[in-house]
Design a protein around this ligand. Structure first.
Ligand code: AKB
Length: 321
């Protein structure tokens, strides 16, 4: 039986991953940890919750020992856009946070650690189409720099201390439960909320901007199936490329318009355009597919249909109290 800690549990991915892990491993075996953002009712009522600042080694250590944690999903992080506004904070939270988690895992002889890297490890010098698993990693953002350094640190803890740490490079994640915050790919989620509520959206990247994306059920599948894979199958201890869907902002707007014909989208690129332009447009994930059987389920059509259904149902439930 695993005793799991999820850091960043109040965030976009953490809030849904925690609930899925609780279904799988039992409510009391999955501790949700958040810091700045207040936890929602679903998270609080479905199992244990702790307030943990991952940059505070003692508070992390106390929580790990109190709950006998043997597995961590370390999701707490500053994303790319916030990271460009405050690079010092991004370095502090992303690097000190990861270091503290790896040290707590080593100290407490944990079984396994999951830490997400990102497509942000790639910079303008990497091939932008079907970006390979192994290529030049010179990111243009502080967020990307913390992800490259983090990958190397994870690899080091595996080779030096035998810590079973596993990682995937998340693309932009699209989901209906919790809004992302501070990322460059956030427009791909915001557009759905605004299309339903206001029938218009002003997108902060150009219409022809293509980025790799993934729907939340695939994101959860990538994270949990990697963690459950037999250790002999995990040959890469930096981080695996995982691809799912690639589309332009304009293609996404057109897909939404199939369901909301009056939806209007205009485009006013801001500082995030430069970040998007430095990232891949699509990802070659053949290594993950071969080594531990990665296979995404959702395409642009099925993701859009499901997102709109889920959000409309949620907004209707919220409106009726
Ligand atoms: C971001 O936009 O910063 C993240 C990411 C791709 O890692 N969603």
């Amino acid at each position: 039986m695993r005793e799991i800690l999820v850091t960043g549990a109040t965030g976009q991915i953490g809030s849904e991953l925690t609930i899925e892990l609780r279904k799988k491993y039992g409510t009391n075996h999955v501790v949700a940890a958040g810091h700045k953002k207040e936890p929602g009712r679903k998270l609080l009522e479905s199992g244990p919750y702790e307030s943990v600042d991952v940059t505070d080694r003692e508070s992390l250590q106390k929580t790990v020992q109190k709950h006998g944690i043997d597995t961590v999903y370390h999701l707490a992080a500053i994303l790319s856009a916030t990271g460009e506004e405050n690079p010092q904070l991004a370095w502090h939270v992303n690097m000190d946070g990861l270091y503290n988690v790896l040290e707590a895992a080593r100290d407490n002889r944990m079984n396994r650690v999951f830490w997400p890297s990102s497509i942000a490890v790639f910079g303008p010098e990497a091939p932008r189409v079907s970006t390979p698993q192994n290529t030049i990693l010179i990111p243009a953002t502080m967020y990307g720099i913390t992800k490259v350094a983090g990958e190397l640190l994870c690899n080091y803890y595996f080779t030096r201390f035998g810590l079973d740490v596993r990682s995937v490079r998340y693309p932009g994640i699209i989901s209906a439960e919790t809004l992302p915050g501070g990322g460059t790919t956030d427009y791909a989620v915001e557009i759905f909320y605004e299309a339903i509520k206001k029938k218009r959206y002003t997108c902060f990247v150009r219409e022809d901007t293509v980025l790799p994306m993934m729907y939340m059920p695939d994101c959860i599948e990538a994270s949990t199936s990697l963690m459950e894979a037999d250790p002999s199958r995990i040959k890469c201890r930096t981080s695996y490329n995982v691809g799912a869907i690639s589309f332009s902002a304009g293609e996404l707007a057109a897909e939404i318009r199939k369901y909301i014909p009056e939806f209007q989208c205009d485009y006013k690129p801001d500082f995030r355009q430069k970040i998007a332009d430095s990232w891949p447009m699509s990802i070659d994930d053949s290594v993950a597919r071969k080594e531990w059987g990665w296979k995404p389920t959702y395409d642009l059509g099925s993701m859009t249909r499901d997102m709109l259904e889920k959000l409309k149902a949620r907004f209707a439930a919220e409106a009726s109290g």
